[in-house]
Design a binder for this molecule. Structure first.
Ligand SMILES: [Zn+2]
Ligand SMILES: [Zn+2]
Length: 341
């Protein structure tokens, strides 16, 4: 089959590799689409580790085409994948946090992922119900949003976003816009998006943000929008420490700030501890999502037509290496490698 390989940071190429074969309990998926994530780009830049020679891609959807002995899956079923391979027995797994398992491995980083014609799904992923059935009529580039949208739902729920919760989103890139779509679905408002690029601010307004601002304008406008208080929920959908003052500047007393994006290694921020003590601002992070939110995301995705606006760049498998270059250049929003629409 044809597949993209990550040889080393900065070097990805489409090559011929042997077709994967399903071992006991395993499944082979024929890939329909695989999304490219900012964390894939961070691997490409050498900021985040992945196994040398791995086939990247952890945001995949496809069709079950072959089953190994004893695999509990249905041939012909269309599924999206929760790509986390966990032990199932540690205290984190037992509490439902497969994403925090100390022996977690992830398809597309530690094991071959979805930027390929076929993907081998390890037995524990199959056995633990992590192939989520999806309606085949939902376009594949949207089904491939299962993993990123689950991560966003984790952020939304940890932030306590719900009906009438004032929400600020720092960063109007693909993940910021997915936060906007999810926050609207949860009934949040007003919703405020802070983003330096005019084009992205325009998309945020189009997708229903109540207001947008540049980082410089943000503190003043945040006060105007919230009667001087600031926002109850603040999602940091950008991974650079320089954005922390913006998040702190728009957060209300008792507000919650989630560091949703990963930072370059060694990032730090000097915090006025009295924001935490006297203002009771809660600062925390989320990474990936507990499994029940994958199941929720799988039910929500077919109902959210706005998601289509976020996946702007689609590539064939043959052109998949250029998807990285486009993400580096910030052209468009989210990218997906589409093999079968
Ligand atoms: Zn992702
Ligand atoms: Zn575990």
């Amino acid at each position: 089959m044809r597949a993209l390989r990550l040889f080393e940071p900065g070097n990805v190429r489409v090559v011929d590799v042997p077709d994967p074969v399903a071992g006991p309990g395993e499944v082979i998926l024929r890939t329909h689409a695989t999304g490219l994530c900012n964390s894939d780009v961070r691997v490409y830049l050498g900021e985040k580790k992945a196994a040398a020679g791995v086939i990247p891609g952890h945001e995949m959807t496809g069709e079950v085409v072959s089953l190994g002995a004893g695999a509990e899956a249905t041939a012909g079923e269309t599924v999206s994948v929760c790509p986390i391979l966990c032990c199932g027995r540690c205290s984190f797994c037992r509490e439902g946090f497969r994403n925090r398992c100390p022996s977690r491995r992830t398809l597309g980083y530690d094991l071959d992922g979805g930027i390929a014609e076929y993907v081998r799904i390890p037995a524990p992923i199959v056995a633990m119900g992590q192939l989520l059935p999806m309606d085949r009529t939902v376009p594949s580039h949207l089904r491939a949003l299962l993993e990123p949208f689950s991560c966003v739902l984790n952020s939304i729920e940890e932030l306590g976003i719900g009906a009438g919760v004032s929400t600020a989103i720092v960063g109007g890139g693909p993940m910021g816009l997915l936060h906007l779509i999810a926050a609207r679905a949860y009934g949040a408002g007003p919703i405020f998006v802070v983003e330096p690029e005019a084009e992205r601010r325009a998309v945020a307004l189009e997708l229903g943000a109540d207001a947008v601002a540049t980082p410089d304008e943000a503190p003043t406008l945040a006060k105007e929008l919230t009667g001087g208080e600031g926002f109850r929920a603040v999602a940091m959908a950008v991974g650079f420490a320089e954005a922390m003052p913006v998040a702190l500047g728009v957060a209300r007393r008792l507000g919650r700030i989630n560091l949703f994006a990963g930072f370059p290694p060694g990032s730090s921020h000097v915090l006025d501890l009295n924001r935490v003590h006297y203002d009771e601002v809660k600062i925390f992070g989320t990474q990936n999502a507990p499994f029940h939110l994958y199941a929720k995301a799988a039910r929500m995705i077919p109902r959210l037509s706005a998601l289509d606006r976020v996946v702007t760049n689609r590539y064939s498998l043959a052109d998949s290496a250029s998807a990285y270059a486009a993400r580096l250049g910030k052209a468009g929003l989210k990218s997906a490698v589409v093999i079968e629409p």
